[in-house]
Structure formats: C-alpha cells, structure tokens
Write a protein that binds this ligand. Structure first.
Ligand code: NAD
Length: 485
C-alpha cells in the first residue's frame, strides 16, 4: 500500500486543490525537497465542510451504534500497526525526528485508536434523582464538524490524538496538518479510507496556517476547533471563534520545570533530564527546559548532567542508534542559536553545546545545550526556545523553588525528584501545571493515552487523551420527563 499521498482528502477522494496550487514540503533529514503537496484554498475548505457536514447530518457515522464505530477505530489501529515501519520512515524523512521516536509515536497513535475504540460504548450519561414523578437523564451527543489544526513536531501522533476521540464520539472532521510535515497526516487519511470509514467523515487539507487556518476558525460550518501549536496562534483562534462561541481545545506552549532536590537519585535524575530536555531535539511542548537544582548538589548534579549529555548520539535520524536528529529547519536553528547567544549575554555559563555539532552539516543539527548559572527571570528561562536548550537554576528551599517554577506564563508539565515522597506530593500539588511526574521524566510516553494531557495558564484550554478528551467532543443534553402527565 502506497502511503505517500500528496493530494487533499475530500469526501473520500484524494483530489488536487481547486486552484491547482501545490507547495513543497522538505525533508528535515537533508533540507532537500521531499514532495509537492496540494495546497488547500478557501474553496477546498468549503467543499470539505460540505462533505463533513453531510456525513455528520446523514447519521451514517454519528448515528451508528458506538460499538460499531469502535470496530472501525480498531481496524484503523490494526492498519497503523501493520504499516508502522512505513509510516515511521515517512515521518522521519519529513520531520527529522529519530526513527526510534517515530516508531514509538506510531505505536502510541495505534494505542490511541484502540483506546477510543473501546471507550465510546462505555461513556455513559447520568440519571439525576428527582423523585418518582420525574425521569431526568443526560445524553452525550457528538458536537458536529470538528476542525483539527496540528503542529509540525509530532505530526502523526498529534493527528491521532484528535482524530481518534472525535471519530469515536461520532463527529466528522477536517484535519489541517502543518506545512513542514503534512505527509503522515495524509497517510492516516488513506488508512482511514482503507478501514472503511464512510466518505466525508475525515477530510484532510494541508495548507497555509495564516489564511486557511484563520478561515477555519470563523467558518460557520465548523462547530469546534481543536488546535495544537504556539500560544500566540491559539490566542488568535480563540479570538476569531469568539463571536460564534466556537468550541475550542488548545494545546499550546510550555517551559516546564524539572526540580531536583538534594536527596534525589542524582544519577537517574541527570540521565532522565537529558530525555526530558532534549527529546525530539527539544522540539516538544512538554520538554522540561528549566532545571532547578538544590544549591548543595548543584555542581555535582551539573557535572552528571553534562556527562550524560555527552553520551547522547546525534546523527542520521534514520539510523536506529541515533537519539537526537536535526531541527525541523534552518530558520528554527537560527532562532535556537539566537536564544543561546541571548542566554550568554544575560549571564549564563555554557556548560555544553551552543553550536552545530562537528561533522553534521547536511541538516539543521544543534548540539544539546546546557546554560548553567541561569536565573528564572532571564528571557532564556521564561520563553519557549523549542530546541535542545535547557537552563539550570540553583534554589535554596522548597517554597523558593515552587515560587520560581510557577513564575512563568506556561503550565504544561513538570517533574520533581526527591526520595521524600511527602515532599514530592506537596510540590506536585503546589505546581500550576497540567501534568507532573515524580521521580520519572514522565508517563506521557509510556501510558500517555490513558491519562489527560494538557496545560494550565497559557499552555492551553481543555485536555487531550483519556475520557476527558472524549467529553470535549460531545455536548451534554439534559432530558426531563414528567411521568405524571
Ligand atoms: P504553529 O502555531 O506555528 O502552527 C500550528 C498549526 O497552526 C499549523 O498547522 C499551522 O499551519 C497553523 N497555523 C499557523 N498560524 C495560524 C493561524 N494564524 N491561524 C490558524 N492556524 C494557524 O505551531 P508549530 O510551530 O507548528 O508548533 C510548535 C508549537 O506547538 C510550540 O509552541 C509547541 O509548544 C506547541 N505544541 C504544543 C503541544 C501541546 O500538546 N501542548 C504539542 C506540540 C506542540
């Protein structure tokens, strides 16, 4: 089965853009053109909305028994697993993420489809006790036509996180992937068609965020937006949808803390700080990029952290042994490097990294970088860099570190390392973040699809994954029956 699709998916067919226009998507592995992809315009959006609306209103999908919808989702999961290597290689070629990460994410995507396949027919409403004269109950109804807008850093997985619960709930969809990495979203479209999902239920429109994305936010035929991307883009969508009171879920940026107390297993904490900070070349919303270390073990931890960072294997992302690949583009490299220069100007010390690694010239490689002796009020400690750069900040007391960790506009993720479990739980409660891990760099990678994912403050609105996400693709209707009439 050829998974390389480059046309728009509208109403069950892969078709060129009405304008005939295309755009080039590049391979982050070598910065060379990878494919010409149809560029959706506003007419294509209108056609996709008509198809999604028809597929929703005719009830073939939304009115289907949830168990039966679940069978389609399970079939999608199976087809993803059957073709996981091909999907992962396409993902790596387009986005530059390592093949190991891509395989894990494809597997995670299949798990998400399986999870929601089994969830919808167990997603009960309530009966509300009002006495014998009344029957009052709630229905969970699909919201309608959903538009999903996804980022370039987790292209396949981010699509799956939205498509699986929305389809499980009985919604129909338009998916707009990021132009840097649209290819695996289109492959998912092929898989969904092959699994027998009715035409129009999932439509896929690669195209420019500024025009197509903004029209999605105001389109009267779209009932809900689910967006993953930058905080400022999320704020734009929130404003654009305000007049229509458009439903919205936002998964946005992060600058998450990693707090290391003196009594922690410092070696484990250092090794996992590498994964938490530099995984996916730091192009991860949930990266723990502010490492806070108790003053008494600061030097000792920093030495271990630097040593563990030296061990990381950078290189060809298609090689199984590679742990960190290149950044998505040269402009991302320039932005990351600009932040490192800024950090040094602000008074940080370069503990490791800060440049292109030697011998890796063909793509936007950036060496994992630790900026030591940072302060939480520096811009490098406050702004999302979205590259393999972490700052290390000393702290004196538990209350100081909680105050510093919370002193940021974001609140997505956080880790706490301590052998004192009561303190670990106290800090977990005190942090204003949507996800906390204690003595681990996180659950999201291993069991993520079971638990809610999302942020406090400017990291987002609503949650993905788990039953929490399913709730956000449904409306609650209350029905009151007077049994005495
Ligand atoms: P981005 O906001 O630039 O783009 C995301 C998507 O929005 C793309 O499909 C893009 O084409 C589209 N878009 C851009 N401008 C738009 C506009 N004005 N209106 C509508 N759509 C528009 O983000 P990105 O650079 O692709 O992704 C990186 C960002 O995403 C980082 O800030 C990262 O933290 C965040 N992110 C968050 C999560 C999470 O779950 N919280 C996960 C991954 C990435």
């Amino acid at each position: 089965m050829n998974l390389l699709r480059t046309e728009l998916l509208i109403d069950g067919q892969f078709v060129p853009a009405q304008s005939g226009q295309t755009f080039t998507t590049y391979s982050a592995c070598n910065l060379q053109p990878l494919a010409e992809v149809a560029k959706a315009g506003l007419q294509d959006l209108d056609r996709a909305v008509v198809a999604a609306r028809r597929a929703f209103e005719d009830g073939r999908w939304s009115g289907m028994q949830p168990t039966q919808r679940g069978r389609f989702l399970r079939e999608i999961a199976q087809r993803i697993r059957d073709q996981s290597r091909a999907i992962a290689e396409l993902e790596t070629r387009n986005s530059g993420k390592t093949i190991g990460n891509a395989l894990n994410e494809v597997d995670a995507a299949a798990n998400v489809f399986d999870y929601y396949a089994g969830a919808m027919d167990k997603f009960y409403g309530d009966t509300i006790p009002m006495g014998d004269a009344v029957l009052d109950f709630t229905l969970r109804e699909p919201i309608g036509v959903i538009a999903a807008i996804t980022p370039w850093n987790f292209p396949f997985m981010a699509a799956a996180w939205k498509v699986a619960p929305a389809l499980a709930a009985g919604c129909t969809m338009i998916l707009k992937p990021a132009s840097y990495s649209p290819l695996t979203a289109l492959a998912l479209g092929q898989i969904v068609i092959d699994a027998g999902v009715p035409a129009g239920v999932l439509n896929i429109l690669p195209g420019p965020g500024a025009t197509l994305g903004e029209r999605i936010a105001t389109h009267p035929g779209i009932d809900k937006i689910t967006f993953t991307g930058e905080t400022k883009t999320g704020a734009t969508l929130l404003k654009l949808g305000a007049d229509d009171i458009k439903r919205i879920t936002l998964e946005l940026g992060g600058k998450s803390p990693n707090i290391i107390f003196a009594d922690a297993d410092l070696e484990k904490a250092a090794v996992q700080a590498v994964k938490a900070g530099f995984g996916n070349a730091g192009q991860s919303c949930s990266a723990r990029t502010r490492v806070f270390v108790e003053r008494s073990v600061y030097d000792q931890f920093l030495a271990r952290f630097v040593a563990a960072t030296k061990e990381v294997k950078l290189g060809d992302p298609l090689q199984a042994s590679t742990e960190i690949g290149p950044l998505i583009s040269q402009s991302q490299w320039d932005s990351v490097h600009g932040y490192v220069q800024l950090g040094l100007a602000e008074g940080c010390t370069l503990a490791i990294g800060g440049a292109r690694p030697k011998g890796l010239d063909g793509a936007a490689f950036y060496a994992p970088t630790i900026l030591a002796n940072a302060r939480n009020d520096m811009r490098v400690a406050q702004e999302e860099i979205f590259g393999p750069v972490v700052v290390v900040i000393a702290f004196e007391t538990e209350s100081d570190v909680v105050a510093m960790a919370n002193d940021n506009i974001y609140g997505l993720n956080g880790s706490v390392w301590t052998r004192d479990i009561a303190r670990g739980l106290r800090v977990a409660r005190a942090l204003k973040s949507g996800m906390i891990s204690i003595n681990s760099h996180g659950s999201a990678s291993r069991y993520g699809y079971l638990a809610p994912f999302g942020g406090y403050k400017r990291s987002g609105l609503g949650r993905e994954l788990g039953l929490h996400a399913l709730a956000l693709y449904t409306e609650i209707k209350n029905v009151f029956v007077d049994l005495e009439n």
